[in-house]
Design a protein around this ligand. Structure first.
Ligand code: PEP
Ligand code: MN
Length: 640
């Protein structure tokens, strides 16, 4: 059962509820949501729900209808994000995680070489089997503990947590000294003794789907792991046995969206074992990501023809590199981003943080404009990770001020929308805030939803609130389905959701992103109602100049944002642009802005791409001489 606590329940009341349930034989899991705290009570015990409902501090009690309890979405609405290894690679939420490596660890040099190449291409977790459950007892069975040592060494050298398959309960303790994530293979999905032993470690587990397991059986296997002590479970669709012979197994992509409804656990896919054929791996990997999975695990080998296992399905390193680039291109379309690679810490240097964007030691605070659940918050979390501390502020100016005074370390601000164009306010604010610099960018696909108070039906809606852009971008949907409702412009999209909630407007709807619905516990009546789905917003990450080096540590810049004014002479703009062209820079953006208080005079805002930062600085120096005034607003790594 799920016990929802009252908002004002005291710690003593909560402890009392827990002890009453524990005395009756329940296992209790406390889950802190964004809005409320719930206690999940699971186990073989039985209790009349009414006995729990009357306990002080209890708001309501809901039975869990599914046979899997801890794994079920009924118990926990928010997505679980699993954290792997000391590099803290995260699986879940809006990320796409790429796990790669050979089927089996064959030698030290083999795993080292493959680790170097997959890391370079963009993998964030290293896979490789040391204990191989082979169909034939005469096939290579793996290097065992020796293989684990090589895997650990490769993971440490290239800053990747490592994941490997466990086949026997007696190996669990030994393996936990070497690895960051256990893999339970398809053949062992229902090896309950193994699940219990691995669950007890509390470590992250990649649970592959059994060769002929139903989704419910698979979730029951996850329940075994969770009931025994780990909440860090990632499910992996790897193809199921069907009558089809053209592929090794049949990839069940539809399991991915089905699981996302049934469970809060992250789901990834394995296109290698699903197909068994190298040429099919990349297309199916893209299908897995497009289906909404949180990542993929792929077999890559430096010499697939000589591989001791699964050579025919292993990608060549170059094929893998191309696949990562394709996934990166796909990510914004589905509203996600690739999980960033952890930094490689040179030997002998003490790491002060697992994140490349940390201000040494202290917790980072990042401001954005709008309310909780806004698209700007989505961009912020994508750039800094889900656990970043955010500060929502009412205006763009207040974000700049907070950065300037040091109240926050960074701010994430929209600068351009593919339909609405440039957001000039933020460029003007950059111009009027010397000392503040752009250190990065992020992009978010704007997917609008029709959001209502739970229970409101489309025919009840009399008013639709949203930012004017939100209303304009959903015009076709509104004309077709809600022509009788009055559109009401509001100061921001997420704010319109919290407003109709606060005012309990049961005959109104709001248009905003899905995080705004989740944060406010509201219902999405219709998803993706924007007229044009190719709707992206680009954000700048700004900070004070002295913080610049913390954000950019280890990142190679390739883009600059510039603001310049021209000398009043013929050909001035041409001459400035000629310098950029002659020095081989690609100019990706050029806009003119009227200069405040100087009628008919303009400044120019440009973005240019470069390969070498020193060379680009030389360009800025030359350009500085040719123009009346030049400000480099920021030099950063492109993300689009
Ligand atoms: C593997 O990942 O190497 C493996 C053996 O996978 P599965 O258990 O899915 O067959
Ligand atoms: Mn394999």
């Amino acid at each position: 059962m799920i016990v929802i606590l009252k908002n004002n329940a005291t710690a003593q009341e909560k402890d009392k509820i827990k002890s009453v349930l524990e005395e009756r034989g329940f296992i209790i899991k406390e889950i802190k949501g964004q809005q409320d705290t719930v206690l999940g009570a699971v186990g073989m015990a039985h209790m009349d729900l009414r006995e729990v409902e009357v306990l002080p501090g209890v708001a309501s009690v809901i039975p869990i209808s599914k046979p899997y309890k801890l794994a079920s979405r009924e118990l926990k609405k928010e997505d679980t994000v699993v954290t792997v290894g000391k590099n803290k690679v995260k699986i879940g939420g809006n990320r796409v995680v790429i796990m790669a490596g050979p089927c089996a660890i064959e030698s030290r040099s083999q795993i080292m070489e493959i680790a170097a190449s997959v890391r370079e291409a963009g993998a964030v977790i290293l896979r490789g089997g040391a204990f191989k459950p082979r169909t034939s007892p005469y096939s290579f069975q793996g290097l065992g503990e020796e293989g684990l040592r090589y895997l650990r060494e490769a993971g440490d050298k290239y800053s990747m947590p490592v994941c490997t398959e466990v086949v026997s309960p007696r190996d669990v303790a030994m393996m936990s000294n070497y690895i960051d994530m256990f893999q339970i293979g398809a053949r062992n999905m229902q090896n309950f003794e193994l699940l219990k032993e691995v669950g007890k470690t509390g470590m992250p587990v990649l649970l592959k789907r059994g060769i002929s397991a139903t989704i419910e059986e698979w979730l029951m296997a996850a329940e075994y792991l969770m009931a025994n002590g780990t909440d860090q479970v990632v499910l992996c669709e790897r193809g199921i046995r069907t009558y089809e012979k053209a592929t090794r197994n049949t990839l069940d992509c539809s399991a991915i969206p089905v699981l996302k409804k049934l469970t809060h656990l992250p789901v990834i896919g394995d296109p290698s074992h699903a197909t068994g054929v190298r040429d099919l791996v990349s297309p199916m990997a893209l299908a897995i990501v497009a289906s909404g999975a949180h990542g993929i695990t792929v077999e890559v080998h430096n010499h697939p023809d000589k591989a001791l296992s699964d050579g025919p399905q292993s990608l060549y390193p170059q094929q893998f590199e191309k696949l990562v680039r394709d996934i990166q291109a796909l990510c914004p379309v589905i509203g996600k981003s690739l999980e960033a690679r952890p930094r490689i810490i040179p030997e002998g240097i003490k790491d002060d943080s697992a994140s490349s964007s940390s201000l040494s030691g202290k917790e980072r605070i990042v401001a954005f404009q709008g309310e909780r659940g806004a698209f700007s918050e989505l961009a912020t979390r994508r750039a800094f990770g889900d656990d970043v501390k955010v500060l929502p502020l009412p205006t763009f100016k207040s974000c700049f001020d907070a950065v300037k005074t040091g109240n926050v370390d960074y701010a994430v601000l929209p600068v351009e929308n593919t339909l609405g164009g440039t957001i000039y306010d933020n460029l003007d604010l950059l111009e009027s805030h010397p000392g503040i610099t752009v250190v990065g960018e992020e992009q978010v696909r704007v997917i609008h939803n029709l959001i209502v108070n739970p229970g409101t039906k489309i025919e009840d809606i009399k008013r639709v609130y949203s930012h004017p852009q939100g209303l304009a971008q959903c015009k076709e949907f509104l004309e077709k389905h809600l022509s009788y409702a009055t559109p009401i412009p509001f100061f921001d999209t997420a704010g319109s959701v919290s407003y109709i909630k606060k005012e309990k407007e049961l005959d109104s709807a709001a248009i905003a992103g899905s995080p705004a619905a989740a944060f406010n516990d509201m219902e999405i009546l219709k998803e993706g109602i924007e007229t044009n789905p190719r709707n992206y917003t680009r954000f700048y990450i700004i900070t004070r100049e002295e913080n610049e080096k913390f954000f950019k540590r280890g990142k190679k810049s390739d883009t600059a944002s510039l603001l310049f004014t021209l000398k009043d002479e013929p050909g001035a703009l041409f001459n400035a642009l000629k310098i950029i062209a002659d020095r081989g820079h690609n100019m990706s953006k050029l806009e003119s802005r009227p200069i405040q208080g100087r009628p008919w005079e303009y400044s120019f805002f440009a973005e240019i791409w470069f390969e070498d930062e020193d060379y680009a600085h030389e360009t800025f120096r030359i350009l500085g001489k040719e123009t009346a005034n030049l400000r480099v607003l920021g030099v950063y790594k492109r993300n689009h």
